[in-house]
Design a binder for this molecule. Sequence first.
Ligand code: PHE
Length: 459
Amino acid sequence: MTPSASSSSDPGGTPARELFGSKWGFVLAAVGSAVGLGNMWRFSYVAAEGGGAAFVFLYIIMIGLLGIPLMLCELTVGRRTHLSPIGALRALGGKGWVPLGFLFVTAGFLILSYYSVIAGWTLRYTVEAATVGFAADPGAHFGEIAAGGTAIMWHLIFMVLTIGIVMIGVQKGIEKAATILMPTLALIVVGLAVWAFTLPGAGAGYAFYLQPDFGDLFDRTTIRQAVAQAFFSLSLGMGAMLTFASYLSRDTDLNQEAATISFADFFVAFAAGLVVFPVIFALGLQDSVTASTVGALFISLPGAFLEMGGAGRLVGFLFFLALAVGALTSAISLLEVVTASIIDELGMTRARAAIGVGILIAAVGILSALSTDLLGLIDQIAGDLFLVMGALGMSIFVGWAMKDDPSAELRRGAGPTFARFIPGVVFLIRFVLPPVIGIVLIFSIQDAWGAITSFLAGG
Ligand code: PHE
């Protein structure tokens, strides 16, 4: 398939919209968006808070029940319109749906602002592992680099990389980067999981991670976190998948792609758990995972790598390198949502839009680079509450409000294997997603409110 302009039958697509050069380019870019800090940094601490295996079990259910149908909502709307979120919602639903598009763009903006700070820590650890080795006291070291001048510097370096790739464009920038970086990351994580298996004492980690205590399954916070984590990790609820699908030509099977993307994302998160938990338990560091939520991964793992001597340093270098790679391909998609919206809505050039908004995001991110508490709070608001709100809006839009029948776009290009599931998926979108996500939204609002008040009270 060659790059081509979008077809003229779109309800609103720009005439010469750049498309992905190949089907695999799209899938890898979407997997690149999904796989990132969420799979390792966020997954491991949320799983630890939610009782380990019980959380993992719920998380798997939520991916199938809510995640895949929601991803199909985004993919249909994006490919149908060949427009970025605001325009796509307007084209299929009228002006009343534009605010949902703004919510998406705001979420993308805010998530990238702190995501880049965490990615900056990751870059810093990668370089440290390669040059001086991990610090002797990982807790104290994290305290020094997580907030302040160093954090700001690495955050800015990471933003420059992200802006550079988005400026270059969809095929040469995003697609190329994902095609090289995603397989590299998968190889590193699988290699690490095999290595972790050989550690003495790893068994306790597997037990924590894989043997559910079914009592935890009905815990309200665990349920909320499993849902929010499914959305965050699959990049749903803020238009990232919608935007990528807008660069997709008509002849692909969206159902198959949603399945591939979700599986790949789950696979990396699961494999990362097979690294993180055995390593942490082998060294008796489990307390540090739950004690410092935001910093869990950055304190416990370097501690573990340190104890393992020279081999640990190499493994640690590879781990943080993989994490930085995943973070970069996710950050690209966050910036792309905002950039594409500006290009489509304001008619700016790609380079100007990416640089302009990238600088704004970098500036806002400095606040998160000054306080890890603030970073955690913004994560809870934008990375949890906003995504749940966005997901609810999206499911109502596709299930009930938009003028097209969603199954028509899902059928287009669908092979017989996946076509069978379409009626079931549409049922889920209309009758299961809105009520279930609605309930989770109530939990999210309550918890975000609690987090805001405790932050303001200085706790
Ligand atoms: N899915 C990414 C991750 O797991 C984060 C992300 C969220 C990216 C939302 C885009 C949109 O790291």
